[in-house]
Design a protein around this ligand. Structure first.
Ligand SMILES: Cc1ncc(C[n+]2csc(CCOP(=O)(O)OP(=O)(O)O)c2C)c(N)n1
Ligand SMILES: [Mg+2]
Length: 655
């Protein structure tokens, strides 16, 4: 490097303050503070090739402190990625610019993950580091050998998810994970000593991490710390002591630089202080050339990697693995046929395990796990041996009691590629994962959430464990497929659908209690329609009973009673409202005809079911918290029995 590092870093500072000034919105402090660290990372450490941002063996760079998005946009631009262009940076935070307020993985190649909700970027990076080690164990150093770098702020380290994430990473000894902490002692409200007196280094050390500190504005010291991190076999935290807003003479070191434009005068003063004479959005040619040269090493490394791949016996397998298009194989078909031959009365969580047993045998990319509920979620199969610090080739992760950490790690695995993650907990604890489920959906990632104990049907554990509002709350989330199968056949169909969703996560809501078999044909995956007629009315149709999961068999009982009273009733299994909503209007009308009384039955909130029943329909569910009791008593107590429901439907029909 012929230019002083400081000048190269000032290119980041200038772009950050000018873009934020132009938008009159954004966060200049963090990019200006971490510019020196980022410059050294890009010049000497990060393995990347701007010509192929998706190169599977690239290092992953995660900007966990997503508010500092201009750091990501500036470095990608300067390093020579096709995007963002300088015009796109000029339009920072404006409609149609890929330079969104916070980095979005679907806007820019090179943004490895969407960040902004503090702490989650780091937790996602843990999943990337797990996927890297796993694929390394499967394909060897010659095809998979890269690192995951994270830039995280005080906020990322303060969030609760941070502790879940580093606990998992320390335990699994993810030595290729390096977190660069922007230790600027400032957050929005002011100095960090307003709200914390934690010894962060000690916490990381106690969690099995290697910890370094450095002066984040001294390239030689940053280099020393990074070299020490590379040499250590534990995951590393590097506390980079920095000054937020470095270079803005009157505002640096204060929260005033955190999240607002510096102002015209302060930007001018910063130019003076930094010795930066170029006009806004202009990068002097020598500095631009030096930045572009950073990618040269990666270009060569990628070419060498490409050669190794071309001559590898594992080439086809590896490429298919990264492409990630999977279809259930022979074992799965045999399992389906067995369900028809001998229909089982099982809980859908058990049916899920049975489907998974077949799927994990055929599909190596599936990596499962549970947040300490393996025996309850039924997520482990004979094909998935534990993934441990001593054997990363395993395909089952004991996440511990870390639901949020698990969900974020699964996002990281999916984003990394080569792995299709699924993981379990109780449905009620989807609340604990919700922030990460939301990022699965926003980032369009194939993550499968196996959420069992999906209603009061779990019985004695009581209201803290009984989901009420969860199904509808999850259905309200865009781009999340929520599926609640009614028996073993539907559960298998749901799994096949989940694996085919390359651009969205799926959440399977599964029962603890046994359910009778309802489907006796597997020629067509009926769950693909989201809602379908499981049973036709015998008498002239007056009623359509729309139920999900465990309540579909209840609807069948009610239909029997209605038919006995001369009232024709269809039964619709509404396994996924999202998929049903995607069907054409004619299909929807054929399933939910306007001339029938539509009745919804789900052992959860009735909120939102008007969407299908109309205001004139009937909705049966639970609009309070549950209770602790045996299952039969609970369904009776909450009025979810045929004997309680049928008379109410009859009364409405006779009205
Ligand atoms: C989960 C979450 N909570 C709150 C915020 C809002 N927020 C954005 S940045 C920030 C302060 C973060 O402080 P720090 O990480 O030290 O960033 P710095 O001010 O040093 O740039 C907050 C509270 C957020 N983005 N995510
Ligand atoms: Mg800070």
């Amino acid at each position: 490097m012929t230019l002083p590092e400081r000048q190269l870093a000032n290119a980041i500072r200038a772009l950050a303050m000018d873009a934020v000034q132009a938008a009159n919105s954004g966060h200049p402090g963090m990019p200006m503070g971490m510019a020196d660290v980022a410059t050294l990372l890009y010049s000497d450490y990060l393995k990347f090739d701007p010509a192929d941002p998706a190169w599977p063996d690239r290092d992953r760079f995660v900007l966990s402190a997503g508010h500092g998005s201009m750091l990501a946009y500036a470095t990608l631009h300067l390093a020579g990625y096709a995007h963002p262009t300088i015009d796109e940076i000029r339009n920072f935070r404006q409609l149609n610019s890929p330079c969104a307020g916070h980095p979005e993985n679907f806007e820019l190649a090179g943004v490895e993950t969407t960040t902004g909700p503090l702490g989650q970027g780091l937790a996602t990076a843990v999943g990337m580091a797990i996927a890297e080690r796993h694929l390394n164990a499967v394909y060897g150093d010659e095809l998979v050998d890269h690192r995951t770098y994270v830039v995280a702020g005080d906020g990322c380290l303060m969030e609760g998810i941070n502790h879940e994430a580093i606990g998992l990473a320390g335990h699994l000894k993810l030595g290729r994970l390096i977190v660069l902490w922007d230790d600027n002692k400032i957050t929005i409200d002011g100095a960090t000593d307003l709200s914390t007196s934690e010894d962060v280094r000690a916490r990381y050390a106690a969690t099995g991490w290697h910890v370094e500190s450095c002066d984040g504005h001294d390239p030689a010291d940053i280099r020393r710390a990074l070299d020490a991190a590379l040499a250590d076999e534990r995951p590393s935290l590097i506390a980079c002591r920095t000054i937020i807003g470095f270079g803005a003479p009157n505002k640096q070191g204060t929260s005033a630089t955190h999240g607002a434009a510096l102002g015209v005068d302060e930007v001018a003063a910063a130019r003076e202080t930094l010795g930066w004479t170029a006009e806004p959005f202009v990068i002097p040619a020598d500095i631009a050339a030096a930045w572009k040269a950073f990618g040269e090493k990666g270009k060569r490394l990628r070419a060498e990697w490409q050669d190794r791949l071309a001559s590898s016996a594992k080439k086809d397998d590896f490429e298919a693995r990264i492409a990630g298009h999977v279809t259930p194989g022979a074992a799965f078909q045999a399992y389906l046929d067995g369900l028809v031959a001998e229909p089982p009365k099982v809980a859908t969580r058990k049916a899920s395990e049975n489907a998974l047993t077949a799927l994990t045998a055929d599909i190596e990319a599936l990596v499962g796990g549970s947040a300490d509920l393996t025996g309850s979620n039924n997520t482990k199969t004979s094909s998935t041996k534990p993934l441990t610090r001593d054997d990363y080739s395993g395909r089952y992760i004991y996440y511990g009691i870390r639901e949020f950490g698990m969900a974020a790690a699964m996002n990281g695995m999916a984003l990394h590629g080569g792995v299709i993650p699924y993981g379990g907990t109780f449905l009620v604890f989807s609340d604990y994962c919700r922030g990460a489920i939301r990022l699965s959906a926003l980032q369009r990632q194939r993550v499968v959430y196996v959420m069992t104990h999906d209603s009061i049907g779990l019985g004695e554990d009581g209201p803290t464990h009984q989901p009420i509002e969860h199904l509808q709350a999850l259905r309200a989330m865009p781009n999340l497929l929520v599926m609640r199968p009614a028996d073993a056949v539907e559960t298998a169909e749901c799994w096949a659908i989940a694996l085919a969703q390359e651009d969205r996560p799926t959440l399977l809501a599964l029962t603890r209690q046994n359910l009778p078999p309802l489907r006796h044909d597997v020629t067509e995956n009926l769950c693909l329609k989201g809602g379908y007629r499981l049973r036709d009315a015998s008498a002239a149709r007056k009623v359509v009973l729309v139920a999900t999961g465990s309540e579909v068999s209840l609807a069948m009982e009610i239909a029997d009673q209605l038919e006995a009273a001369g009232q024709g009733a269809d039964v619709v299994s509404m396994v996924s409202t999202e998929l049903f909503d995607e069907q054409d209007a004619a299909y929807q009308a054929s399933i939910l005809p306007r001339d029938a009384l539509i009745v919804s039955i789900e052992a959860g909130t009735t909120f939102g079911w008007e969407r299908y029943t109309g205001r004139d329909g009937l909705r049966f569910g639970i609009d309070s918290f549950g209770a602790s009791a045996p299952i039969e008593d609970l369904f009776k107590h909450f009025g979810l029995t045929a004997d309680a429901i049928t008379p109410q439907i009859m009364a409405r029909l006779n009205n």
